[in-house]
Design a binder for this molecule. Sequence first.
Ligand SMILES: Cc1cc2nc3c(=O)[nH]c(=O)nc-3n(C[C@H](O)[C@H](O)[C@H](O)COP(=O)(O)OP(=O)(O)OC[C@H]3O[C@@H](n4cnc5c(N)ncnc54)[C@H](O)[C@@H]3O)c2cc1C
Length: 387
Amino acid sequence: MLKLSISETSERFRTSFQEWLENNPVPHVKDDTSLDEFQQVGRNWQRSLSSGGWLGTHWPQEFGGRGLSLVEEAIVQEELVRVSAPQILGLFGLTMVGPVLIAHGNEIQKKRFLSKILSGDEIWCQGFSEPGAGSDLAAVKARAVPVDGGYELSGQKIWTSFAHVADWCFVLCRTADSARKHEGLSYLLVDMKSQGITTRPLQQISGDKEFNEVFFDSVFVPSENLVGKEGDGWKIAISTLMFERVVLTFARQLQSETALRELLARVDADTALTTKVDLARSIVDACATRALAYSHLMDYAKGAAPGPEGSLDKLLWSEAFQRLCKVALAFDGGDVALGEHGPENGADVHRYLYSRGRTIAAGTSEIQRGIIAERILGLPRLKHQLG
Ligand SMILES: Cc1cc2nc3c(=O)[nH]c(=O)nc-3n(C[C@H](O)[C@H](O)[C@H](O)COP(=O)(O)OP(=O)(O)OC[C@H]3O[C@@H](n4cnc5c(N)ncnc54)[C@H](O)[C@@H]3O)c2cc1C
């Protein structure tokens, strides 16, 4: 697989993490592991990694990090994939709300939340999308009304991944009406154990119940859980999405490399030439997406903040992942059999169906292309067509 040359300090960091992994048992989660068991294993594994100092390595030392860069964060992800470790349970906290609190939170919030995000003692979910607000995120209607000591939050979120296991949710909601919909939004940290929250699982085509509908019915949120000022919600939400598209995407893109490695091991004399050509393209995809992601991470290491270039990483990775998962079907004859509980013919089909959602989550491919066109290439916005 692709080898990139990065600084000696970063490579030394990699070696010391590899040594730690040799001395600390890595749990393995079987395909049929129950969600409860996965959670328990995931929480223990995250606690072990964080007590070794291997999570949030780019966070400042005062908040439990090592004050390193996103390159070291990426190295941790790469090494975890190399040893087939399970996905980190608290990924949304580590890659989204944690960096957001460091950038926009007050000292009390940082002290209250950051160490528990690192240790996995508190798991987070992202309450942004609503039935009428996905790509057009600024259209959110969930409303927080000021009451004594805080807000009363009412409304519905949808596609909320892991809401059923999360302890906390970062919510984008409306605190004021405004002619400009990006204004009047605020960013609240909501305790999922609060009275008035109902979570209903949604089943995906892959059979997984990863995401949920979440209903807030007059939920009290204390004013100390407002991030930034009232009305800062849009700015902070965009900052969250930038982190999501860079940091979380890097972790996800490694899934492609695992899938690719597994497929290459299955190639033999009977493999059709067209499949081999498709796999060759997937190798090129993997090299290109990793090189691009690293070039961005190295810019951040020099002090740049994550910006619209994360859309390039997200677009390239998610579309390449879908192509690869489709190639995998050729090894099984190309059939997809769907039953009541999802696919009924194997891991390749499950992964193929799972991959369909990856060009939607964290912003659809069309939205990423729009951002690339306007904010990276500087092309004019087609107001008359897209509204
Ligand atoms: C697996 C998965 C996990 C998710 N997890 C979460 C989560 O944890 N938290 C959360 O808040 N959300 C989550 N989402 C929701 C996700 O962010 C939204 O689905 C996504 O932003 C698209 O919004 P939508 O579904 O409302 O589609 P719409 O916005 O209604 O889009 C429908 C179609 O129209 C196209 N379209 C819309 N606007 C434009 C435009 N301006 N230009 C060109 N084309 C356009 C879109 O590309 C799409 O093809 C998740 C989604 C998936 C699939």
